[in-house]
Design a protein. Structure first.
Length: 177
């Protein structure tokens, strides 16, 4: 009994299947629109925190003011992260944004590939986690050693993960070149 090579599908069927698979990338578009909604929610929370910070500016002590400002920085970083994921993800996986010549087009747009996006995402997570740890230290009197230990431990896990991700990405780049 001789083995026969598998039959390739008819070229027309193959083209249709490939077109369906390629077109399916547009299923991601509503997800990126959902991130726009998430960005609007972050803006609402930022405004809420800002109003709270301003209305209690004269009654809060220094530590609470610093924690309040750190929460604003945290929300700003998260918003920037969402924008970065929206732009880079859409451009990498759905379609290029036609913004050539637009004066406000960020320099990094069109140059962030999936590897860069992973590293930027991880760096943002580490920064956000660091802000939370700093906030924990500002309220150290109200935290148990266990809570503080978990906070630092989780932050260190993010830091180590980020370093390992960067090392793997660099090694992968050297292997490919």
């Amino acid at each position: 009994m001789t083995a026969t090579a598998p039959q390739t599908p008819h070229p027309l069927i193959e083209r249709i299947i490939e077109q369906i698979i390629f077109s399916s990338r547009w299923l991601l578009a509503p997800i990126y629109i959902g991130l726009v909604a998430g960005l609007a929610v972050l803006l609402a929370k930022f405004v809420q925190h800002t109003i709270d910070l301003l209305t209690h500016a004269l009654t809060n002590d220094g530590d609470n003011t610093i924690v309040g400002i750190l929460s604003l920085i945290d929300l700003a970083l998260m918003g920037s992260l969402v924008v970065m994921v929206m732009f880079a993800g859409y451009e990498n996986f759905v379609s290029k944004l036609d913004l050539e010549g637009h004066k406000d087009k960020p320099d990094w747009m069109g140059h962030v590939d999936f590897g860069d996006l992973k590293l930027k995402l991880m760096a943002s997570i580490v920064a956000i986690s660091g802000i939370h740890v700093l906030g924990s230290f500002m309220n150290i009197a109200s935290l148990s050693n266990r809570e503080l230990g978990w906070s630092v431990g989780i932050h260190m896990a993010f830091v180590i993960s980020g370093v390992l991700l960067a090392v793997m990405d660099r090694l992968n780049g050297k292997i490919q070149h």
